[in-house]
Design a protein around this ligand. Structure first.
Ligand SMILES: NC(=O)c1ccc[n+]([C@@H]2O[C@H](COP(=O)([O-])OP(=O)(O)OC[C@H]3O[C@@H](n4cnc5c(N)ncnc54)[C@H](OP(=O)(O)O)[C@@H]3O)[C@@H](O)[C@H]2O)c1
Length: 250
């Protein structure tokens, strides 16, 4: 009898958790960039399961089979291509958007500072840093029509200047440090409009980018990120947060 009561309690907690998650994201319109694989695809899966209306973008929607199979709205977007960004904005003209997840990113160069290829660094900046500026500018009018007004820029622990003890990966690190400053700047400029602008690290995750030795599964990372994002209010705008909800040092 006692065992049955314990089981009922645990099941009840589980159901309670799921309902809490659903109520946080249910009915929210969320646009995720780079949604065809990796963390972007997992964002779409979990948000859809939590009841959100998800728009997943991909550079090549026609070959984004896993994303298409989820049955969400799929739209074309290359964050480095102003024509692609403008076309997305035109298609979404007048539609409210509650949450923008600037997730698309790349890690194109390895090695130390001396051997870094400046052309590869420029490409990384264009995707990781300038891309979110293009996309956010293009969709700001949609976010202003939304209820939640949340913009999450996918940063990285490697973007922390204070946390950089080893050097290396100068292009990627500096692209994300600049993204952090971009997030903070946007947060200050939009503070009067009750926006929530957040830079986040997903942790080290087993995706094409993170590799197989990474500590977290995409499911673990994204559930942590969504649980961290769900309760945030405009008072939290401008924060740089880890997937587990802790604050990261700039
Ligand atoms: N995995 C980690 O350990 C880790 C750690 C810290 C931060 N992050 C960040 O988390 C985000 C997602 O990383 P991930 O691990 O999921 O990487 P991933 O598996 O390599 O996926 C990257 C995604 O970004 C898209 N993308 C790349 N360039 C793009 C462009 N120009 N326009 C639009 N989309 C583009 C890719 O699309 P295609 O398939 O078309 O290339 C893909 O959907 C990135 O911002 C990354 O920097 C990851």
């Amino acid at each position: 009898m006692r065992l049955i009561l314990v089981i009922l309690f645990v099941v009840g907690l589980g159901v309670g958790g799921a309902v809490a998650e659903e109520s946080a994201w249910g009915g929210q319109t969320v646009l995720v960039t780079g949604a065809n694989r990796g963390l972007g695809l997992e964002f779409v899966r979990q948000l859809q399961a939590a009841g959100a209306e998800v728009i997943g973008t991909a550079r090549k929607p026609e070959s984004a089979e896993e994303l298409q199979a989820l049955g969400v709205r799929v739209m074309q977007l290359d964050v480095t291509d102003p024509v692609s960004v403008a076309a997305l904005a035109a298609k979404l003209d007048g539609e409210p958007l509650d949450v923008l997840l600037n997730n698309a990113g790349a890690f194109l160069e390895h090695g130390d500072f001396e051997s870094a290829d400046p052309e590869a660094v420029l490409k990384v900046y264009n995707i990781n840093t300038v891309g979110p500026i293009r996309v956010t500018q293009a969709l700001l009018s949609n976010l202003r029509l939304g209820q939640h007004k949340m913009i999450m820029n996918m940063s990285s622990g490697l973007g922390s200047i204070a946390g950089n003890e080893s050097g290396g990966m100068v292009g990627y690190r500096s692209s994300k440090a600049a993204l952090n400053m971009q997030t903070h700047t946007l947060a200050r400029e939009l503070a009067d409009e009750d926006f929530i602008c957040i830079a986040m690290s997903p942790g080290w995750v087993r995706t094409d980018m993170g590799g197989e030795n990474a500590k977290l599964s995409p499911a673990e990372s994204i559930s942590g990120m969504l649980n961290t994002l769900a309760p945030l209010t405009p008072a939290d705008t401008g924060k740089y947060l880890n997937h587990d909800g802790t604050q990261l040092p700039w």
